[in-house]
Design a protein around this ligand. Structure first.
Ligand SMILES: Cc1ncc(COP(=O)(O)O)c(C=O)c1O
Length: 372
């Protein structure tokens, strides 16, 4: 094994709390504990939560509430993890060991690709095609499966593009993986944070070899709870639980209790409505700003998530530009280089309105300085 750094996370971890305006985040401005309790109309005294080890695969109540979000799932299908990050790690660890080669739909969040590289795993890339609204190259997926890919990693809605798969793409992925008896590992953390009325379909239920990962970080605006989950066939989920004994043992008991509050029927809908309200209003602001940029950026409005993946035409490397913006203007964005695609920037827009507008103004200033 050789350690391959996770470039985007390292960049964010290093600087996100050291800049004036952070436009590198992909979720909405997070809730405070008091705001969460107010939305829930609860007077839960957080001070009364006992800080013991909780049920290590997640409390029964929490697993029930998560299962209720999916058709025909029970708490036996759910493993609660420390964020989507641990859910992804756990699924990767199992699938890599038992299945081997992966088809990875790219660009994507770099965690599993980086882990595959670190463990000398073989990735068969399947590109999302920008001209087709960031839908996957299905011929490449079929070829990857014919060439021995045993699981398909897909982030839907996607990070960094914010694009959701069409029904046709999802059906084709389900049919191809079924035909080749391959697994789908679907990271669905942005589902629920849509910029329009539709809610992204889950891969859950499309056939028997599906592992879903998700968390409260994006659609619920609660990343600090570090609360995620795996949804999968019950017998496999039980085995995956054995792997989290090695990683974190259990989710934090405070997080489990507050996640139960967030996912209670009624509260959950109000939290998601808040997230959607923010992404919709702020996407409007971003689009207005984009309209004033003289066509220097090309982008497709995201279907979900507070992220816009914009191509620019200036002859400046994306990492160099992000560094100029950070060091000279105090604004952090994610360079396309972190997704293996220079001349793109991932601009987060989930911030409070004034901060977003100020950050975009500074981005414009920095861009004028390099592009004229
Ligand atoms: C696609 C995707 N999956 C997983 C994560 C990890 O998030 P968390 O561990 O907070 O759920 C992120 C974070 O940005 C992400 O974009």
């Amino acid at each position: 094994m050789r350690f391959v750094p996770f470039r985007m996370e390292r960049y964010q971890s290093t600087y996100e709390h050291r800049v004036r305006i952070n436009l590198s985040e992909s979720g909405v401005h997070p809730l405070t504990v008091n705001e969460l309790l107010k939305i829930a109309d609860k007077d839960t005294d957080v001070g009364d939560i006992r800080l013991g080890y909780g049920q290590s695969n997640g409390s029964d109540l929490l697993r029930e509430r998560i299962a209720s979000l999916y058709t025909d799932a029970t708490e036996a299908n759910v493993l609660v993890t420390v964020g989507g990050a641990e859910a992804n790690f756990t699924c990767f660890w199992h699938l890599f060991e038992t299945e081997g080669k992966a088809a990875v739909v790219l660009p994507t969040y770099g965690q599993v690709p980086g882990l595959m590289e670190s463990f000398d795993g073989r990735i068969l890339p399947v590109n999302l095609i920008e001209e087709e609204g960031w839908q996957p190259d299905l011929a490449a997926l079929e070829k990857a499966l014919e060439d021995g890919a045993r699981f398909v990693l897909i982030t839907n809605p996607n990070n960094p593009t914010g694009a959701a798969l069409s029904d046709a793409s999802m059906d084709a992925i389900a049919a191809l993986t079924a035909k080749h008896e391959a697994w789908i590992m679907a990271d669905e953390v942005y589902a629920g944070a849509e910029t329009h009325d539709a809610t992204t379909r889950s891969f859950w239920g499309c056939h028997d070899r599906v592992l879903i990962t998700n968390s409260l970080s994006k659609a619920y605006g609660l990343p600090g709870l570090r609360l995620g989950w795996v949804l999968g066939p019950s017998e496999l989920v039980n085995r995956l639980w054995g792997r989290t004994d090695y990683t974190t043992i259990a989710p934090a008991s405070v997080s489990d209790a507050l996640a139960c509050v967030a996912l209670e029927s009624g509260t959950r809908e109000r939290i998601v409505a808040r997230t959607r309200g923010i992404v919709r209003a702020n996407l409007g602001l971003l689009e207005q700003w984009m309209a004033g940029q003289d066509g220097r950026f090309r982008y497709r409005a995201p279907d979900a998530g507070a992220i816009c993946y914009a191509h620019y035409s200036a002859a400046v490397n994306s990492t160099d530009f992000a560094e100029k913006l950070r060091t000279e203007k105090g604004v952090l964005v994610v360079p396309g280089d972190h997704f293996g695609m220079d001349h793109y920037l991932r601009i987060g827009f989930g911030n409070p309105e004034e901060e977003l507008l100020e950050g975009l103004g500074l981005l414009r200033e920095a861009f004028d300085e390099v592009a004229g």
